[in-house]
Design a protein around this ligand. Structure first.
Ligand code: F6P
Length: 552
């Protein structure tokens, strides 16, 4: 069982949670006029408002006891020393090296920094060649379209960041992302592209992933059908840790960008996996992203837990999951550009922390990460917010907003912010039946309609207008969305994940849970292709295979 579960700090938090159980957030605000000031943390020009969480000023110091008990600082030191803290795979976890400047960082006695710098230089050269038009396709034309083929960590980071930084894109180059095994993804992307001016990046840490290999083969067939085999070297580059497999696929080793097994897939945006992003925003923009992440690393490594953004987010998540019993968290960016952030965080957080076995091979003994989902506001307001307000389920929400708009159209941003702040206020305070009744009674009755109906009696309608409230939320207010800020934002979530992994005593860097389905899919494929009989499968699966016209 996770060691902190037996600790005095955990017992203290349990007693504290018990005392808070019956307190409504609106009362906590009423009784403490300084609540916002006391529960808000600043970092540079960022503001993290935790005052709408179901905590008091005593809660965070109590939770910080867990940070000490679990020895988070010791684990940070082990990570930075390149120890194999991904213990089930025997690997170091050193994505921070990818944005590090300065002295050596060692993994197994080897300084990784020269390798990191060499790949960054190669990426810079490639970006320059594409942007300047020096790199030509097989027919001598410059490249106008980049298609990144990858999935999971080899897709979500650069895809999310490319959308997030739409306002910072270089002109005259379009960057597309294809991930899904469903041929619709590749086919609809290629439908509008010309082979002569398209360049593919095949991004895969292992270079074995079924989806990516299938899409890469189909893309290659599309290209060579138009331009011949000789065109591959001008239209395909690869990003991988498995350079031998890249060569076996037929990609020129000069066109391969390496990364290393100490970079986890979902932490790899900062490596050459970020190449499509660097092409989309320019290499200077990519360097600015790295600089933002580096600033957040420095903050995480040095700030005390009560002033440390990733630490606070982790402690509040643990509080909600283990002491308040919340089972889901909605990530709600009030930024269209951050629309893919929830999807990105689903992999980063759920693939890292969606586990129940601890580092000793025993049950963790408490709930781990709540289910994470979300959509950008205000769209979500017209879809699922009804349930957040009146569905009777307790959950936490994470609102993210920017002070400045990245696309400043007159009249938009103020309304966007008003909606964001209104939602967290409504979720927090709710509305009582008496308030609903008073509001309805005070309202000017509408004129009778042609059908002769009149406004319903307030006492009839009031129950439908009750909002229980007391739904906790965090609001993160960013200055603006630029590469530097986005880099810091992503690094903040990475360190939050690291912290929770330590607190729950989990290996946050493996992903054994994704293996079983792949294994079964491999065994079913020949049955669906009709090359082996349908045997050794359950009745439902056999029935489905036969219903597709396959198998016997
Ligand atoms: O979904 C499992 C996973 O291994 C992820 O962790 C990873 O990001 C993704 O598949 C893609 O893997 P690769 O980069 O090796 O193709």
């Amino acid at each position: 069982m996770t060691p902190i579960l037996h600790s005095p700090a955990w017992k203290h938090a349990e007693r504290h949670a018990h005392g808070l159980r019956d307190q409504h957030l609106r009362d906590l605000f009423k009784h403490d006029q300084t609540r916002f000031q006391r529960l808000t943390v600043h970092w540079n020009d960022w503001l993290l408002d935790l005052s709408k969480q179901r905590i008091t000023a005593e809660t965070l110091p109590i939770l910080a006891g867990l940070w000490e008990t679990a020895d988070v600082p010791g684990w940070i030191a082990r990570m930075r020393a390149g120890e194999p803290i991904n213990h089930t795979e025997g690997r170091a976890v050193l994505h921070v090296a990818l944005r590090h400047v300065g002295g050596p960082l060692m993994v197994a006695g080897h300084d990784v920094m020269p390798d990191v710098r060499a790949v960054l230089d190669k990426m810079r050269g490639f970006c320059d060649a594409i942007h300047s038009g020096k790199w030509r396709g097989a027919t001598g034309e410059p490249i106008t379209d980049i298609v990144n083929i990858g999935i999971g960590g080899s897709d979500l980071g650069p895809r999310m960041a490319t959308q997030a930084l739409a306002a910072h894109r270089v002109p005259h180059l379009r960057v597309h992302y294809v991930a899904n095994l469903d041929g619709a993804d590749l086919a609809t992307t290629l439908a509008n592209l010309a082979p002569r001016t398209t360049l593919f990046i095949i991004a895969s840490k292992t270079f074995t992933t079924q989806e990516t290999m299938q899409n890469a083969c189909s893309a290659r067939a599309w290209l060579t059908a138009a331009l011949g085999e000789g065109a591959v070297s001008r239209h395909f580059v690869a990003v991988s840790t498995a350079l031998d497999r890249v060569a076996a696929f037929g990609i020129d080793p000069d066109n391969a960008f390496a990364f290393w097994d100490w970079v986890g897939g979902r932490f790899s945006l900062w490596s050459a996996i970020g190449l499509p992003l660097a092409l989309a925003i320019g290499f200077a923009g990519f360097e600015s992203l790295l600089a933002g992440a580096r600033a957040m690393d420095e903050h995480y490594f040095t700030a005390p837990p009560l002033e440390n953004l990733p630490a606070l987010l982790a402690l509040v998540e643990l509080w909600n999951a283990d002491f308040l019993g919340l089972q889901t968290r909605a990530v709600l960016p009030y930024s269209q550009s951050l629309g893919l952030l929830p999807r990105y965080l689903q992999q980063l957080e759920m693939e890292s922390l969606g586990k129940q076995i601890d580092r000793e091979g025993k049950l963790v003994g408490c709930p781990t990460l709540p289910i994470l989902w979300g959509e950008p506001g205000t769209n979500g307001q017209h879809a699922f917010y009804q349930l957040l307000h009146q569905g009777g389920r307790a959950l936490s929400c994470e609102f993210i907003a920017c002070r400045e708009a990245d696309f400043p159209l007159a009249g938009h941003h103020e309304k966007l912010l008003a909606n964001c702040f209104a939602q967290s206020a409504a979720l927090m305070k709710g509305k009582t039946e008496a308030e609903a009744f008073a509001e309805l009674s005070a309202a000017v009755p509408p004129a009778p309609t042609s059908a002769g109906t009149v406004a319903p009696d307030p006492s009839f309608l009031a129950p439908y207008k009750i909002f229980p409230g007391n739904q906790p939320s965090t609001t993160l207010l960013l200055p603006r969305l630029d590469p530097y800020t986005l880099g810091a934002l992503i690094a903040m979530y990475e360190h939050k994940v690291f912290t929770l992994g330590v607190l729950w005593h989990l290996d946050a860097f493996d992903q054994w849970g994704v293996e079983y389905g792949k294994q079964i899919a491999n065994s079913l494929l020949p049955m669906i292709e009709g090359t082996t009989p349908v045997t050794n499968v359950d009745g439902s699966t056999a029935g489905l295979i036969v219903a597709c016209g396959s198998g016997k």
